[in-house]
Design a protein around this ligand. Structure first.
Ligand code: GDD
Ligand code: MG
Length: 399
């Protein structure tokens, strides 16, 4: 991979938000080709470097009711050296879609000679493990792990940590282009190759999202949801720095990765609000506005890289209501952050009112948040899921 270093950096307490980085070459060959010269802002990250990082990376694929053909494409896009972890919340009746996903993964692993993990979000073993760990917020009234993409990601992070992976990345199961999936993962690795902190995050911004408008292909750059989310997140930074900024370009980035160390100390919010809340929570925890529970991280610093992918992004299109809901929950987590100023709150309320998310004079309810996973005992969690198929693989040391 050959890409530019972040040209701008915005500091917020101990966090360094890097500006959007452009990729010049998806494949820049073997180590140290010496191009371009020293001091250039464009750097090469060789096969070898990417490979070494990817060997230490788990890719979590959250999935709910996606077409099998799409999943097969995603599996084939994940580099062989990564550990694939599928966390499914697909129905098991009347048709057992989870069983179909399991078979598809087994076939894939057989052909490519790879070991991967698959589990179901509603497996009672996870309920027991979370309950015994005191992590009850993730359980619904029936005592099962709640529905939601974030809830699936949380299971994925725990499994990545148990498997001893240094990095954990996320890729949606409804990506149409296997080539994009491969690109995202290489970009995660490239971001980590640049990073000097054990607490780093890499977020992808798509260069384009193709749409058919009046029978012609149109390569749209920014969706409405991401524009809104980015605007409010940037405003949150501006309210403290006093300088206008447009540094955040990936407020809703579903495709993103973190060092597992960072993934274990962040709080999460439910469903599709998870990505914007990661930024909000980073700012709350490491922004220096309030005292941090993690003084060692304040010293080391947290790095956020934002990389612009080259492949067009094509996924299953959600309906307007779904997209609007995503925008609403992003505003909701910003609104309820202790960092949100009165002025920003007013702006969010106005936007919510105009878009008919709330009635005049009302505020959005508090979002469901989940505390950092570092407070869960790994030993106890593992003991409780020992009977699960995925745990067996971790135990056998196949990974
Ligand atoms: N395990 C699990 N559990 N997976 C789920 C669940 C769930 O309850 N709900 C959805 N998923 C899976 C989907 O199958 C898909 O693979 C992925 O999570 C994303 O869900 P989509 O429904 O496809 O989301 P989207 O395409 O509207 O939004 C995506 O992109 C946004 C940025 O544009 C998501 O990644 C968002 O989180 C992201 O902000
Ligand atoms: Mg999607």
């Amino acid at each position: 991979m050959r890409m530019e270093r972040p040209r701008e950096v915005e500091r917020f307490g101990a966090i360094r938000f890097g500006g959007l980085q452009k990729v010049f070459e998806l494949d820049s060959g073997l180590k140290n080709d010496g191009l371009p010269g020293k001091g250039s802002t464009v750097i090469q990250i060789s096969y070898e470097e990417l490979y070494e990082i990817e060997k230490d990376m788990a890719i979590v694929v959250p999935i709910r009711k996606e077409r099998l053909k799409l999943i097969e494409g995603v599996l084939c896009g994940i580099p062989h050296q990564c550990l694939t972890i599928i966390v499914s919340n697909s129905p098991i009746s009347p048709v057992d879609r989870f069983a179909m996903e399991k078979h598809a993964l087994e076939d894939f692993c057989h052909f490519v000679n790879k070991t991967a993990l698959i589990c179901h979000q509603k497996d009672p073993l996870f309920s027991t493990a979370f309950r015994n760990a005191g992590y009850t917020g993730i359980l619904n009234k029936k005592g099962e792990v709640r529905d939601g993409k974030a809830e699936g990601m949380i299971i994925g992070i725990m499994l990545a940590r148990l498997a001893g992976k240094k990095y954990v990345g996320f890729v949606d199961a409804d990506n149409y282009f296997p080539g994009s999936v491969a690109e995202y993962v290489h970009e995660y690795a490239a971001g980590f190759a640049l990073s000097r902190s054990d607490y780093a995050m890499v977020r992808i911004a798509w260069q384009s999202k193709p749409k058919i408008i009046k029978s012609r292909l149109y390569f749209r750059k920014w969706g409405r949801t991401s524009q809104h989310t980015n605007r409010f997140l940037n405003k949150l930074i501006t309210d403290y720095s006093g300088y206008d900024t447009e540094i955040i370009k990936t407020g809703n980035a579903g495709e993103h990765a973190m060092t597992t160390e960072l993934a274990m100390i962040l709080d999460y919010s439910t469903g599709y609000s998870v990505e914007p809340y990661e930024i909000v929570n980073l700012m709350e925890k490491f922004g220096g506005v309030t005292e941090s529970l993690f003084p060692e991280v304040m010293k080391t610093g947290v790095e956020v890289y934002q990389i612009e992918s080259r492949n067009p992004h094509l996924h299953e299109a959600g309906d307007t209501e779904h997209v609007e809901q995503m925008s609403y929950v992003a505003m909701q987590v910003i609104y309820h952050s202790p960092l949100c100023t009165q002025e920003l709150k007013k702006e969010i309320l106005k936007e919510m009112y105009e878009r008919k998310f709330i009635k005049k004079g009302k505020a959005p309810p508090k979002p469901q948040l989940f505390p950092a996973l570092c407070f869960i005992s790994l030993k106890s969690f593992f003991k409780d899921i020992e009977a699960a198929d995925c745990a067996q693989l971790i135990k056998e040391g196949n990974l």
